[in-house]
Design a protein around this ligand. Structure first.
Ligand code: TXA
Ligand code: MG
Length: 315
């Protein structure tokens, strides 16, 4: 057991220095963010990006998000537009990702963007990762720190279990507060949501008008696989009860005392439910259940992002 966990370190000056040295050499580091944990590497380094794709066993056509300390850093690589500034002012640093056009002189590796002429950029708010970003003279490509198509990690231990000794350094930043991945918004042409998240369409619409796109339409993110966020056992949505071998993920007061039930939020709080979703998947899997049923989750606010993840997990 010890070997699995000996790559987790608490954040301090020494570890900050160590992670920076490591990233400069083109190595990867597990970093906490407010959404989920990421597997970080230098977005300008071919070597680092290759490592990320290999470690995650990620299809080459699925581009990575590039993380910056602030918009001034992003301005070197990406064409920032008026819609971007509106949303940046309101939500950043925070759980939102913007797809924008890449500048010709950008140093971002073409493998990061899967050869597209667009880049997804994000400004995470977690203080640890901000300290790292502040010290670097390159941005960090950082997908969620899980094997491709699995569930995103929400604590350092999840990352360690996922990659074992293949990663040398994971910084422990506690539990990811939001617990699901950032909202991805394309700001090329008419703004549209490519991946729902905790910042919902209604909230974004207060700053700018989003155009509606059909679910599973082709303009969604290239890497938005239909099957994704999978705990590795069948997940079935919109259920009412379970049998002995099946775990039931519930929501709200009604389900308080039932057996083999895992309540995402007894107070029917959808934000709390989102933060508990991946944690609950992992818990259920560790307990050895072979199947997961999920009760109907209200499809509003954060519930939209939860249902998006559940749909993909059950595909
Ligand atoms: O919360 C998050 O966004 C986390 C943390 C670690 O920052 N990261 C994350 O990365 O979820 P990843 O690689 O698991 O998901 C990136 C998503 C994919 O769906 C990908 O297709 C989309 O962003 N994406 C990346 N570049 C894109 C681009 N140029 N155009 C459209 N979608 C893009
Ligand atoms: Mg991911």
């Amino acid at each position: 057991m010890k070997n699995i966990y000996s790559n987790i370190f608490s954040f301090n000056k020494k570890i900050l220095h160590k992670s920076i040295t490591s990233l400069k050499k083109g190595n990867v580091v597990g970093l906490p963010t407010e959404t989920v944990y990421g597997l970080a590497g230098n977005a300008y380094s071919k070597k680092a990006i290759k490592k990320i794709y290999n470690l995650k066993r990620r299809p080459k056509k699925n581009p990575l998000i590039v993380h910056y300390f602030n918009y001034k850093d992003a301005d070197k690589d990406v064409i920032l537009n008026a819609d971007f500034y509106k949303l940046y002012k309101r939500f950043c640093p925070g759980p939102i990702t913007f797809v924008l056009r890449k500048k010709n002189k950008s140093k971002i590796q073409s493998s990061v963007t899967a050869k597209l002429n667009t880049v997804a950029i994000r400004f995470p708010s977690h203080s640890t990762t901000r300290s790292v970003l502040k010290k670097l003279n390159f941005p960090l490509a950082m997908p969620s720190a899980n094997l491709s198509s699995g569930i995103s990690p929400v604590k350092a231990l999840d990352v360690s279990e996922e990659f074992k000794k293949k990663i040398k350094l994971i910084i422990n930043g506690g539990n990811s507060k939001i617990g699901i991945e950032s909202t991805v918004v394309s700001l090329i042409g008419k703004p549209k949501i490519l991946r729902p998240g905790i910042i919902g369409a209604k909230t974004i619409n207060k700053s700018l008008k989003l155009s509606i796109i059909k679910r599973f339409s082709k303009i969604r993110s290239p890497g938005m696989l239909k099957r994704h966020y999978s705990p590795g056992i069948p997940v079935i949505m919109n259920q009412k009860s379970n049998d002995k071998k099946t775990a039931l993920i519930t929501f709200g007061k009604k389900y308080k005392y039932k057996k083999n039930c895992f309540n995402l939020s007894k107070n029917s709080d959808l934000k709390e439910a989102a933060s508990n979703l991946y944690k609950t998947f992992r818990k259920i899997k560790k307990k050895g259940f072979k199947k997961i049923y999920v009760v109907k989750i209200p499809n509003k606010g954060p519930g939209i992002a939860i249902n998006d993840r559940l749909r993909r997990a059950s595909y």
